[in-house]
Design a protein around this ligand. Structure first.
Ligand code: XMP
Length: 511
């Protein structure tokens, strides 16, 4: 049976994926579509409710994203948020004012607790505002249900028509009862049931995969990253040995990581696992190359060359699977909505290979849902919670020329950092941490002898989305231990430095 669905109609705001995730946290399936989606498509979607998102525009401007007012007559409950609230008011004849300044930050609102939207929250609570325009007069048939000092209409509703709107952002955690407000919309207004559950997802996806694949073979490129690993585990559950995972190990993973991936998949899952070890081939192409873009290009070309050769020779007669996830596919409500984001998870197929079809079993899941599925399928914790790792691997963390020896130095230094973070319980409080070999040599002294050896840089960041990041405040005593251990345990390193650059202006990776 199909899940009940909420539509998040995207008008270009920055929190729009977050709205869908918050809805799913309530076990209700939500999908994000751009405001350019035709009304017929929305009708065909049979949504239980619609959420108009925020957006940076002003409703009176002609170029701003609008939608046909017929959407308000479908009889589907609607919640407008920020720009979405102004749009709803404007479509129905209310008036919108342009405030002299922007209201940004936490604000106290007083809400009418008789409203279904404000059930089970205090009369006065803190919400997050971020707007310049505001609703001055509500449309006919609407009541004001919340207000603040600077915002006369912090919320409005037409209960009979099940139209609701809030000027603030319930989806961000700074709105203390925001999740309760969204939950009220889903359950009190839309009458949703909580039918989006990962156990059910696994069961129904496994059944659908079995049906689709039949007795054919499936091949999946496994990188050792979370998405492809979970896709592999799910396919293994569905079709066992009909699945072949191809793991191209360029020798640029972290210390022992290739072996860990192999052990996990061979030991725990029913499938054919093919590991192609090709470090020498990669290194020979990288010899003498120092330009970062050139290095990335070589690693990418080599990787896909080898990958497709293996598949062309042995596995090209069935289905091709990949670990695409929902954020890879969401079209943006900003700008060119017809263009789907290209992403490294979505692989370009060579023209001479003709699969029966492409299978993307995780295409509707957010990352946190992918992780839940991975845990339920029994993937090792380290794989499920693996930090992001660049496609070109340590190739972009060994600055300058990539040689077997320099990769080994970096792997050993990185392993010390990971070990100390793990021992001290910092492993999961940081989004990403790793070592870099900047390619600088410095003078040092060891015993009585002068040394001239490599520098290791440590990088650690905290972030929610990797678009911006802050350098992590690792305690000095941990940094001290890491530094001592690297210099004592890793040959050819005589200095350790810590990168204290946030993003922007720095990127997370050094190349
Ligand atoms: P930057 O360095 O752009 O990194 O701040 C942001 C995040 O992306 C990861 N990253 C990559 N991931 N292929 C990937 O799959 C790549 O080429 C790549 N480059 C950077 C990086 O580790 C960080 O998490």
């Amino acid at each position: 049976m199909e899940n009940e669905k909420i539509l998040v109609l995207d008008f270009g705001g920055q929190y729009n994926q977050l709205i869908a995730r918050r809805v799913r946290d309530e076990h209700v399936y939500a999908e994000v579509l751009p405001y350019t989606t035709p009304l017929d498509e929305i009708k065909a979607g049979r949504y239980k409710g619609i959420i108009f998102t925020g957006g940076p525009n002003s409703v009176y401007e002609e170029a701003s994203p609008h939608y046909t007012p017929e959407i308000l007559d479908l009889g589907i409950p609607i919640l407008g948020i920020c720009y979405g609230a102004q749009l709803m008011a404007w479509m129905l004849g209310g008036t919108i004012e342009h405030a002299p300044g922007r209201e940004y930050g936490r604000t106290q609102v007083t809400a009418d607790r008789n409203s279904l939207l404000f059930r089970n929250i205090p009369a006065v609570s803190t919400v997050w505002m971020s707007h310049t325009d505001y609703v001055k007069e509500v449309p006919a048939g609407f009541a004001v249900t919340a207000s603040s000092d600077s915002c006369p209409v912090a919320a409005m509703e037409n209960r009979a028509h099940r139209l609701y709107a809030v000027q603030f952002h319930p989806e961000v955690t700074h709105s203390v009862y925001g999740q309760q407000i969204l939950s009220n919309f889903l359950f009190e207004v839309c009458g949703c049931s909580r039918d989006w559950v990962m156990d059910d997802f696994i069961e129904s996806t496994v059944a659908a995969l079995q049906e689709e694949i039949g007795t054919d073979g499936v091949v999946l490129g496994l990188s050792g990253g979370v998405d492809s690993s979970v896709a592999a585990a799910l396919l293994s559950r569905a079709v066992g040995k009909q699945l072949t995972c191809v793991f191209v190990d360029q020798g640029l993973m972290r210390k022992d990581e290739g072996d860990m991936v192999e052990a996990a998949f061979k030991g725990l899952f029913d499938m054919n696992f093919v590991r192609v070890n090709c470090q020498e081939q990669f290194l020979s192409h990288l010899a003498g190359v120092t330009d970062p873009e050139k290095k990335r290009e070589i690693i990418g070309t080599q990787f896909y060359g080898i990958f497709w050769d293996v598949i062309r020779e042995r596995y090209a007669d069935g289905y091709f699977a990949q670990g695409t996830i929902y954020p890879d596919r969401i079209e943006s409500g900003k700008g060119d909505a017809a263009k789907i984001k290209t992403h490294h998870n979505q692989v370009k197929m060579p023209e001479d290979i003709h699969f029966k079809g492409v299978i993307e079993p995780l295409k509707d899941l957010f990352k946190d849902e992918v992780r839940q599925v991975g845990e339920k399928l029994g993937l090792p914790h380290d794989l499920v919670w693996r930090q992001p790792f660049p496609g070109p691997g340590l190739g972009v963390r060994v600055i300058g020329e990539v040689t077997a020896e320099r990769v080994r130095i970096l792997q050993d230094a990185d392993a010390v950092l990971r070990d100390e973070m793990h021992r001290n319980g910092y492993e999961e409080s940081m989004a990403q941490f790793f070592a870099v070999l900047p390619g600088v040599r410095t003078v040092g002294v060891m015993g009585d002898a002068r040394t001239y050896e490599e520098v290791v840089a440590l990088r650690a960041v905290t972030t929610d989305d990797f678009m911006t990041a802050d350098w992590a405040r690792i305690p000095y005593d941990i940094l001290a231990r890491v530094s001592n251990r690297i210099i004592n345990e890793v040959e050819h390193v005589n200095r350790v430095v810590y990168d204290i650059t946030s993003k922007p202006p720095g990127t997370v990776e050094w190349e």
